[in-house]
Write a protein that binds this ligand. Structure first.
Ligand SMILES: NC(=O)c1ccc[n+]([C@@H]2O[C@H](COP(=O)([O-])OP(=O)(O)OC[C@H]3O[C@@H](n4cnc5c(N)ncnc54)[C@H](OP(=O)(O)O)[C@@H]3O)[C@@H](O)[C@H]2O)c1
Length: 274
């Protein structure tokens, strides 16, 4: 838990999986707030209000007082030009009407990197090869024109009710692809976000992935061998993505340089308890 006093308040746009965990860690960031979209969160440590990013009439609900924004909302449109126009409109509105909200941490994704073999780091030269990756990259680029921006690119976010262990229990299919899945426990992702909140100049962009990427089926096998509540009968195969890219590596070198201790360095610690 961060304990320093006089932190700039934080405004979390989107109290979803990460947003909720992050909100509970912000006790020392006085006057922080969060937004909900479809349903108000049942219990929260922060003041919250309704906000729909898609609705221009809602933007006025954002506070006028200084805060660092954490944007957890994914791209809203599937059409790159439409999303580009929408982001510019919001950026211009924010610059004009909320100049106190000029710092923003954007939760992007490692899905920006191509789905092919290679070692992908924050400063790699590449183009996204999926629509969702393209939408994320254009969002990163446009937000940087309007905000003092830091980008976090998480791998698959798991923990507290999400992950391969939960898929096994629910009888959901497990991909047999050989592509290593890079993961981060939601608690550690919140810690990384807190580190950036506290250190505005520590990095412009960081991959949030833990120390051991493994294909989903390997994680499932490990879980079956190591967790008494999981059995091999629960393993439903999904062959959709075969054969995969076994040498697609998302670099965590920069994250390690930032020296943020991970509570769950690999899925082995993060998924050991149910
Ligand atoms: N899950 C993963 O493995 C993974 C991996 C890499 C990156 N990411 C990305 O990382 C970010 C955080 O992940 P997460 O798991 O915390 O996501 P999440 O649980 O889906 O949270 C996203 C939040 O955005 C809100 N939202 C959606 N549309 C909105 C709108 N029009 N206006 C205002 N709020 C809106 C959602 O509210 P409602 O639910 O009420 O609509 C939700 O609270 C997301 O952008 C996610 O796509 C996820």
């Amino acid at each position: 838990m961060i304990t320093s006093l006089n932190q700039v308040p934080v405004g979390i746009l989107g109290l979803g999986f990460l947003g909720k965990i992050l909100s509970s860690e912000l006790t020392s960031f006085e006057e922080s707030w969060g937004t909900w979209h479809k349903t108000p969160p049942p219990e929260t440590t922060l003041p919250v209000f309704h906000f729909d990013w898609a609705d221009e009439n809602c933007w006025d609900s954002l506070p006028e007082t200084s805060a660092t924004l954490v944007l957890t909302i994914p791209p809203l449109l599937k059409n790159p030009q439409g999303e580009t126009d929408r982001l510019h409109l919001w950026g211009k509105w924010m610059r004009q009407n909320r100049p106190q909200l000029k710092r923003l941490i954007y939760i992007s994704t490692t899905g920006v990197y191509p789905k092919c073999n290679g070692i992908w780091s924050e400063d790699s030269e590449f183009e996204a090869d999926t629509l969702s990756g393209q939408l994320r990259l254009l969002t990163e680029k446009i937000l940087s024109q309007y905000f003092q921006l830091q980008v976090i690119r998480p791998g698959g976010i798991y923990g507290f009710g999400r992950g391969i262990d939960v898929r096994l229990k629910l009888g959901k299919q497990i991909p047999l692809s050989s592509t290593p899945v890079h993961r981060i426990h939601v608690h550690d992702l919140a810690r990384i976000t807190l580190h950036l909140l506290e250190n505005p100049f520590c990095t412009a962009c960081v991959n949030a992935v833990d120390l051991e990427a493994k294909p989903s089926w390997e994680v499932a096998h490990w879980l079956i061998e190591n967790r008494v509540d999981l059995t091999k009968e629960m393993f439903e195969e999904n062959t959709d993505d075969l054969p995969g890219s076994p040498q697609r590596i998302i670099s965590n070198k920069h994250l390690l340089e930032l020296d943020i201790p991970l509570r769950y360095p690999t899925f082995r610690q993060g998924m050991m308890s149910s």
